[in-house]
Ligand binder design. Sequence first.
Ligand code: ATP
Length: 362
Amino acid sequence: MAEIRIEGVSKLFGDNYAVRDANLTIRDQEFLVLLGPSGCGKTTLLRAVAGLGMADAGQILIDGRDVTYLPPGERKISMVFQSYAIFPHMTVRDNIGFGLRMNKTPKAEITRRVDEAAELLHIEDLLERRPSDMSGGQRQRVAVARALAMQAQVLLMDEPLSNLDALLRLEMRAELKRLLSEVQATTIYVTHDQIEALSMGDRIAVMRDGVIQQCDQPSTVYSEPANQFVGSFIGNPPMNFIDGTVHGSGGDLVAEFDGNRLAPTAETSQALERLSGAAVRLGIRAENMQTLSEPADGAIEVTVSVVEPLGSQNLLTIDLGGNRLKVSTHPTFSVSPGDRVWLRLPENHVRWIDPETELVVA
Ligand code: ATP
């Protein structure tokens, strides 16, 4: 059992909060991804859990034990860094067994665990070689094997794939996912790559400016972002946003944008009523809009400015009022720049945002 509880953790550098009041519970054997843009505090939070940088406020509990002020060696954790931090002139076998030797693990046990970790990473053939003459991907495997050999119940990974080229990243992503489902560790994985987060995480905690914005399953973070930042940071293309206004109340409530009207469902209308007479922002994903080649009831007439054929889809750029939208269509949908098309925004896919707070309200 290794549940990690992060309770009200803050970390300051000078007067600046690198992490502010972080609260997260990572369940036993869960794979939690910390995701956010550069400088948002992911590494700082991970280092606080690792004991490499003490929290200024709050508590960290691993398996119910308060580790907030314990040194890393007493936290029963294992780490993989972006820089690998493996010794180039030591054999792979010695690298993988390094932590175990430091722990004074008996020799036979070290051999057994190193062999086991090497087998999991498919690097048995490299054990007697030195990392100095190995590829980036091979070195990365050594770093992961070394972490796994410790058999810690908590695994902390800081951008472990970011030094690899695109193809290798893709390969290692799937491999790591398989591997981590085999070893029964609770993992916190830091990345700024939203595809990595979406494809690997059991849950994703999205950070911005030191503050956790949302922590949910990937599908929820993607389709039900808590705020505009999450909607725009996750997904490629990012969520589209359309500025408009809300009028009326009850069953007569409507949203207007660029001369077009949209009547929300009764439930949404209730949530939007407090914005009546004020601005509202719609959020919708590229693949959730329906594009029609002819006028239809409730569809908005727009002009296509760019068509990007991407193989599995055509990505259209459309100007609507002051907003530039990305709309995904089937690759067989025939359209050229300058063409008129009609867009439907299915109500169940529309997220309604209060432009002042940038929070999703419905
Ligand atoms: P990246 O993806 O670029 O590694 P990150 O999300 O991991 O970014 P952190 O490295 O945790 O972000 O940094 C969070 C903030 O704290 C940044 O503004 C950074 O400049 C600041 N910071 C981090 N470490 C230190 C330090 N040792 N001294 C002063 N400021 C620091």
